[in-house]
Each structure stands twice: as structure tokens, then as C-alpha cells.
Design a protein around this ligand. Structure first.
Ligand SMILES: NC(=O)c1ccc[n+]([C@@H]2O[C@H](COP(=O)([O-])OP(=O)(O)OC[C@H]3O[C@@H](n4cnc5c(N)ncnc54)[C@H](OP(=O)(O)O)[C@@H]3O)[C@@H](O)[C@H]2O)c1
Length: 314
């Protein structure tokens, strides 16, 4: 791969929570970007996008045609259609795409106990399928799985770290240890780093962290931006018992996704032996990433207080 750097990048799911900042990061970095979007999608894209291709994710020929001439395919497809990527992998191989980044972008699913959680089933199946297809004789596509822990903006907006509106916070396992968190726009920069370091990131997981920060530190900043600690209700819980409760909900009613998903995420992000700060070992330096500063964490929280949404708008 060293002879021909990645220049043409296809992005599937470019209109989503992660896909939108990802698209802007790829365009800002100078890649020639082709967007794959569903026929049914009403999404619109910036004029600097080289091509927008409407596809049927259930048609191999459609996808193969759309991916002709692309060096890399980044998938930010929704959590609710992860399995869709199986055909996308086949199409990318058939079209001669050199690198595939699946829609991972979360906890470190290489951790066996995390891999065993029901919520990761589809991602694990795709991960295994991608690895096995890339290992086939005669297949020249490589893969990179990006683990970035919880998105900071998503975690604020979805009351994962704390509840800004009701001034409530549950600190898990004491809340004093650093955990990795990465804003979605920063994850876009991480993917740019992967594509620019294609040789070093081939056929492996990449771990990145915008900032390692404890939940208690996030709470402290949140209290500052909401006028002080007064009025806040702070409780504590163990990540394990939160997970156990979510498993009970899952076993009774798997379709009640919002009833169990957060408890599993809590364990995956804060639990002892789970993602936390990736053991302090990330690929940030290799990818040339600048750390997110605490002042920037404050900006996300301030924006959430001011506008009701922590995520940047594009
Ligand atoms: N680490 C974290 O904290 C965190 C948080 C949330 C998500 N994630 C992960 O980030 C990745 C992207 O998630 P997201 O929340 O950004 O996705 P999303 O906003 O829900 O959806 C992304 C895009 O997927 C396409 N899409 C939607 N429904 C589809 C369907 N049924 N079939 C095919 N495509 C469909 C749409 O694009 P078009 O309309 O253009 O077709 C949509 O804009 C996932 O792997 C997710 O698990 C991580």
C-alpha cells in the first residue's frame, strides 16, 4: 500500500451523528469523497463532495458499481443496520477497495467480556466476517477497526455521563478514574490519521482517546457551567450491578433496547477491566492527533446548556 496513498474515500452513512463530522473531516483533509446514501434518504451533502451515489444496501451490484475506483471505504452506518455491512464488504472487495473501516467507533470490543455482551453481537459478526474475508487468498483489501470509547457529545446529549437538564449524576465505581472519551468531530480527525497512516494501521484495531477524564471531573465542569454544585443530586452505583440490571431487562424483553443498552454501555466504558482509558495505551501519537483539552470539554457542556445539544453543527 505504501506505493499509492489513499486519496479517494467512500463514506457510507455520511448524514448521521458520526457521519456528518466525519464527512467534514475527510473533506477538510483534502480527500476526494464519494458519499453512499440510501435511495430513501432525504439527506443533502456539501457541494465539495465529489459524488453522491444513491444505493440499495441489499444489492451487491449496486454497491460494487458505487465503489469502483475508491481507495478506502469508511462506514458510519447506523447501529441499527450493522449487518448491512456484510454486503458492503463483499462489494468493496469486488470493486478493488484497498481499506475498509467498519462502523465500530465505540468500546474496545477486543476485550472478551465485552465481546460477549449481547449489544455487540452484530458488530462482532461483522468484525469476524471482515477479518476472514480480508485474509482470503487473492483478496487485497485490508481493514482497520477504530475504538474511541464513548463520544463526548453523544454522552452528554444522551445523559450517559450526567443529566444536565435535571442536574443529576450517577458516578460509577466512585467516578474518580480516567476514562477515554472522544467528541465526534475529533473521531473524524482520527479516521483521517488512519487513512494517512495506512501501512501502520493495516489489519488491526486502532485505539484513540480524545481525552482521558474522570466522570467526577466532567461533573465538576458541568456544575461550573450550570452555576455551581447547588441543586445537583449526585449518587453512586457500581458498573457491575448496573450491568446486571440491564441484563435482567434484556433477558425479559430484548426489544426494549433503551431499557438495557445504557447499562451495558456503562459496564463497557466504566467497568473495571473494560475500556476505561485503554490502559493508557492509544494510537493517538501514531495518528498525529492533538488531545482534547479540559477547556474544550467545557465548550461541549456549555453548548449543551445553551442550545440543548453538545454536538457541533456543520
Ligand atoms: N461511541 C459512542 O458513544 C457511539 C455513540 C453512537 C453511535 N456510535 C457508533 O457510531 C456508528 C455510527 O452511528 P451513528 O449514530 O452516527 O449512526 P446514525 O446517525 O444512526 O445513522 C448513520 C447513517 O446510517 C444511514 N442509515 C440509517 N438507517 C439505515 C438503514 N436502515 N440502513 C442503512 N443505512 C441506514 C443513514 O444515512 P443515509 O440517510 O445517508 O443513508 C444515517 O444517516 C455506529 O457504529 C454506532 O454504533 C458510537
Amino acid at each position: 500500500m505504501s506505493s499509492s496513498p489513499i486519496q479517494k474515500v467512500a463514506l457510507a452513512g455520511a448524514s448521521g451523528l458520526l457521519g456528518t463530522p466525519m464527512l467534514h473531516a475527510l473533506l477538510d483533509a483534502g480527500f476526494t469523497v464519494t458519499v453512499l446514501t440510501r435511495h430513501s434518504s432525504t439527506a443533502t451533502f456539501p457541494s465539495s463532495v465529489a459524488k453522491v451515489v444513491h444505493v440499495n444496501y441489499e444489492k451487491l451490484e449496486d454497491l460494487t458499481q458505487a465503489l469502483q475506483g475508491q481507495d478506502a471505504l469508511v462506514s458510519t452506518l447506523t447501529t441499527f443496520s450493522i449487518s448491512t455491512q456484510e454486503l458492503l464488504i463483499d462489494a468493496a472487495i469486488a470493486a478493488g477497495v484497498k481499506r475498509f473501516l467498519p462502523s465500530e467507533f465505540g468500546s474496545d470490543v477486543s476485550i472478551p467480556a465485552l465481546r460477549a455482551m449481547p449489544m455487540y453481537k452484530d458488530k462482532i459478526e461483522i468484525d469476524e466476517y471482515l477479518r476472514s474475508r480480508c485474509a482470503e487468498q487473492g483478496v487485497h483489501m485490508t481493514w482497520t477497526a477504530v475504538y474511541c470509547s464513548c463520544f463526548l457529545d453523544w454522552g452528554i446529549d444522551n445523559k450517559f455521563y450526567l443529566n444536565l437538564q435535571e442536574k443529576k449524576c450517577t458516578l460509577y465505581d466512585g467516578g474518580d478514574f480516567p476514562t477515554a472519551t472522544s467528541p465526534t468531530d475529533w473521531v473524524g480527525e482520527a479516521v483521517v490519521g488512519v487513512l494517512r497512516h495506512a501501512d501502520e494501521t493495516a489489519n488491526r484495531e486502532v485505539r484513540v482517546s480524545g481525552i482521558d477524564i474522570s466522570q467526577r471531573e466532567i461533573l465538576s465542569i458541568a456544575q461550573e457551567v450550570t452555576g455551581g454544585a447547588e441543586g445537583w443530586t449526585v449518587t453512586e452505583a457500581s458498573a457491575q450491578s448496573t450491568y446486571d440490571k440491564s441484563m435482567e431487562v434484556f433477558e425479559k424483553n430484548p426489544s426494549n433496547v433503551w431499557g438495557w443498552v445504557m447499562g451495558m454501555l456503562v459496564q463497557g466504558i466504566f467497568g473495571k477491566g473494560f475500556t476505561r482509558d485503554f490502559g493508557g495505551k492509544t494510537d493517538n501519537e501514531l495518528l498525529g492527533l492533538r488531545r482534547v483539552k479540559k477547556e474544550q470539554v467545557r465548550e461541549y457542556l456549555e453548548r449543551a446548556v445553551r442550545t440543548g445539544k453538545a454536538s457541533k453543527t456543520f
